[in-house]
Design a binder for this molecule. Structure first.
Ligand code: GLC
Length: 751
């Protein structure tokens, strides 16, 4: 090595040791440290920081090639490392052998738990419990960071209105406000109170933006979203995550109005950077930079890298177009040094905020936090609160522990692997507790528990085992029938044209129902399913989602009344897939269906004209199977006396309602506040969720519940990006779900 180079390296080393061994205490000090480091970096090192590699444990050469890439400054991050040992090994190369000693950041998809698995996010959202969801995020951070992970690609904040889309499982439902509130809770849980703490992990708001609007509910498909819809429906949850301090964003796979989101200057530079002032960094989705070639937005990797860097995607996940074409793009003036420096500055800033320069290694001597009693307690609590009671005729539930004989039937009664759901990270099926595996702990010594899967697998069409299930049902006093969607039909690239019960489940249910025994249906799934036949044959229905490690205990706590269901749906359940898209915050149209859906119905096959020229189908009622916000309890709640107080000094709308627990059990009610702007410059939704409260009431107790709604929350964006807060008449509801309650009217005065 020539003398000048040697001196340069020594100087850099001295600088790295002196400047970075102590964690910069303030943002200002971080900026100085970032600036100093950036000034030392070569172009190749900058492009290296902008590159993330997949740590593929299967490829034999990977450890060596990964270490070489790190040593040469060609990579700044890895996803999916297999252990803390791998992380420390690669980190050692980075901070002791590379020229500038810049630590790596390791990420993985901790979507609903690392080893302790919580319900899938769509299930968690039905808890409407930000505090508990934050606690679950904290558990996931503590567990994953013990394996060297300091970055998760979560929360997923996409809005989905199409249950055919497999990734609806990862969403927090169809509502922008609720998704923002719960997504922000996840960010707080993951990132903790002190980002430099070794058990804090950077969160990642994904998939930015509009990915859930994929046409036809087909993953990766085109999205066409007018600016008003983008700003009013798809952006708010990401804005909430940014305000909660999320450190990274992930661009998406979809093209938005003809421009891929991984090369979209409007959403990334204009909205995220300029309007919102986001100062973390953006990572692409898996090869989503390279996929801009398939989109037809770039002719080759050279063009794809140009689009990504110009748009402000700071780090490229897995494909290597930045590293391979960055220098040429700079030479030809297609990108600028300022762009590269801005991206690298953002990446270094987050690494400093995480304390990686002063504390790059994972302490593997700490006692393992995996699957601790406390972690499992949180998982059980969240699973219990995530489940939704959809039906409970004659109060069949809760079951008595002294029921003489109970038949536990169905392909999902004892299928541990299906409790995990999609994106199960390092959660082991063997650690998931099923309904059947814990059921006996809930019944009396004299009770008998019979078991029959009925189908060998949830998608099986082999009906040979149904007879045994019927036999068991005949001997029982009550049947707990566990059915639904297996895990492999849910998640990324798992879209379904029909969203009914797979395999021969309907035959199983009909055969068991023919015995006349009362049936409790426990439905598992990663999406709203259509299961009208089964629902009609069951007296009680508990929708359990894919509930995670503590599935069995949570379900049995509810079935036997050790817990009272409080979950409420966060997506609209269609009667049939033909109704999709179907969502509560829809527009009224010029021909809304009359409130009494039967009024517009025309029996099929008659000569008469359709009774109503309305926005409706002839062959099915307009109403959903179960509306947004719906969920029952073992007790009952009554709402009364909804009224508005005079607005406060800031013009906030103040509403109060009395809620009474009119039943015989203590319970929690999720009271929901909706508004409607009756006339606007743009047509406005018939209802929009603006607030909610979880209200715990003892049997017989009643309470006045107060909501304060900032006036600003009534505003919306038009198609030029202008924010409008318009005077005029509004309606306001506080109700148990989006289909219930009578509104009060108020007038927002002219400003
Ligand atoms: C996947 C997903 C994204 C995930 C990433 C890394 O394709 O779209 O959500 O974070 O790749 O696994």
């Amino acid at each position: 090595m020539r003398l000048p180079h040697l001196l340069l390296s020594c100087a850099a080393f001295m600088l790295a040791v002196t400047v970075f061994s102590a964690q910069p205490a303030t943002e200002a000090e971080i900026e100085i440290a970032v600036g100093k480091l950036l000034s030392q970096m070569t172009l190749a090192e900058k492009l290296g920081q902008m590159s993330q590699q997949h740590y593929d444990t299967k490829s034999l050469t990977n450890p060596v090639s990964s270490a070489n890439a790190v040593r040469n400054g060609q990579v700044g991050s890895f996803l999916n490392p297999d252990s803390a040992e791998t992380v420390n090994k690669l980190q050692k190369v980075a901070v002791e052998e590379s020229r500038l000693k810049i630590p790596l950041i390791f990420g993985i998809d901790v979507i609903h738990g690392y080893r302790t698995l919580f319900p899938i996010p769509l299930g968690q959202s039905c808890s409407w419990n930000p505090e508990l969801i934050e606690a679950a995020g904290r558990v996931a951070a503590v567990e994953s960071s013990s394996a060297g992970i300091r970055w998760t690609f979560a929360p997923m904040l996409d809005i989905a209105r199409d249950a055919r889309w497999g990734r609806i499982a990862e969403t927090l439902g169809e509502d922008p406000y609720l998704t923002g509130q719960l997504g922000a809770a996840m960010v707080r849980g993951f990132q903790g109170k002190d980002l430099t703490a070794p058990d804090s992990i950077a969160a990642c708001a994904k998939h930015y933006v509009g990915y859930g609007a994929a046409e036809g509910g087909r993953d990766y498909n085109t999205t066409l979203i007018p600016e008003a819809e983008l700003r009013n429906i798809y952006l708010p949850s990401f804005r909430a995550a940014k305000e909660a301090g999320v450190q990274t964003f992930m661009s998406a796979f979809n093209d938005l109005n003809g421009v891929p989101t991984s090369g979209n200057v409007f959403t990334l530079r204009q909205v995220l950077q300029k309007e919102w002032g986001f100062d973390g960094f953006v990572v692409s989705d898996w090869e989503s930079i390279k996929e801009m070639i398939a989109h037809g937005a770039a002719a080759d990797l050279h063009g794809a890298a140009r689009l990504g860097i110009n748009a402000g995607v700071d780090m490229e996940m897995v494909s290597t177009s930045y590293r391979d074409h960055g220098a040429a793009l700079l030479r030809e003036g297609a990108i600028s040094t300022a762009m590269l420096d801005d991206s690298v500055r953002r990446i270094l800033r987050v690494k400093f905020r995480l304390g990686l320069f002063s504390n790059p290694y994972t302490d593997t001597t700490r006692p393992s936090p995996l699957l601790s009693e406390e972690n499992l307690r949180v998982a059980r609590a969240l699973a219990t609160e995530s489940m939704v009671l959809l039906k409970n005729e004659k109060s069949l539930l809760p079951l008595s522990a002294n029921t003489k004989t109970i038949a536990v039937i169905g392909p999902l009664a004892d299928s541990a692997v299906d409790m995990r759901g999609c994106w199960s990270c390092r959660g082991e099926a063997s650690e998931c507790r099923t309904v059947y595996s814990v059921f006996k702990d809930y019944v009396g010594a004299k009770s008998k528990v019979l078991y029959a899967p009925g189908l060998e697998h949830a998608s099986s069409t082999d009906t040979s085992e149904i007879a045994a299930a019927v036999k068991a049902a005949r001997k029982a006093d009550v049947v707990v029938l566990c059915i639904g969607e297996p895990h492999e039909l849910s998640g990324e690239a798992r879209c379904r044209a029909f969203i009914d019960l797979p395999g021969a489940q309907d035959q199983l249910i009909s055969a068991v129902a023919a015995t006349g025994k009362p049936i409790v249906l426990v439905v598992f799934g990663g999406r709203p399913l259509t299961f009208a036949n089964a629902a009609a044959k069951a007296q009680s229905i508990l929708y359990a989602w894919h509930p995670g490690t503590m599935a069995g205990p949570a379900i049995c706590d509810l079935l036997f009344g050790r817990a009272n269901p409080s979950g409420k749906l966060t997506t609209t359940f269609p009667r049939t897939v033909g109704q999709i898209p179907l969502y509560y915050n829809h527009k009224n149209t010029g021909r809304p269906v009359p409130l009494d859906p039967k009024a517009a119905q025309t029996p099929l096959g008659t000569a008469e004209d359709p009774k109503g020229y309305y926005s409706q189908y002839l062959d099915i009622p307009q109403a959903p199977a179960y509306p947004f916000g719906f969920g029952l309890s073992y007790t009952t709640f009554a709402y009364s006396d909804l009224k508005l107080e005079a607005p406060d000094a800031n013009g906030a709308i103040i509403a109060t309602v009395t809620i009474a627990n009119t039943g015989t059990r203590d319970g929690v009610e999720v009271a929901q506040l909706y508004t409607r702007q009756l006339v606007g410059t743009l047509t406005r939704p018939v209802k929009e969720l603006k607030s909610f409260q979880r209200v715990a009431l003892k049997a017989g107790e009643q309470r006045s519940v107060r909501f304060e709604l900032p006036k600003h929350s009534l505003g919306y964006y038009d198609n030029t990006g202008r924010f409008l807060l318009e005077p005029g008449k509004y309606h306001l509801w506080i109700a148990p779900n989006s289909a219930k309650g009578a509104p009060v009217e108020f007038v927002l005065p002219t400003q």
